[in-house]
Design a protein. Sequence first.
Length: 72
Amino acid sequence: MSINTMSDAVKIVIDTYPVGYRFFGNQLHDDVAKLYPDSLYQYPDTILRMARRHRRGAFRTVDKNKSLYEKI
């Protein structure tokens, strides 16, 4: 699968996280940037917006203030 967009990278990263895995917004940003280097200078909130758009049911918010999420 080729990664042509940041959305593709977000989908792949979230899909590879195991169920029950907890991650921070910055960690998601870093993992996406490894697959799609053009997203390196995007805000973590932009990456999280893409995650909510494409994988809303794949994770839940554990602590909004700490930007902590869990794969479900």
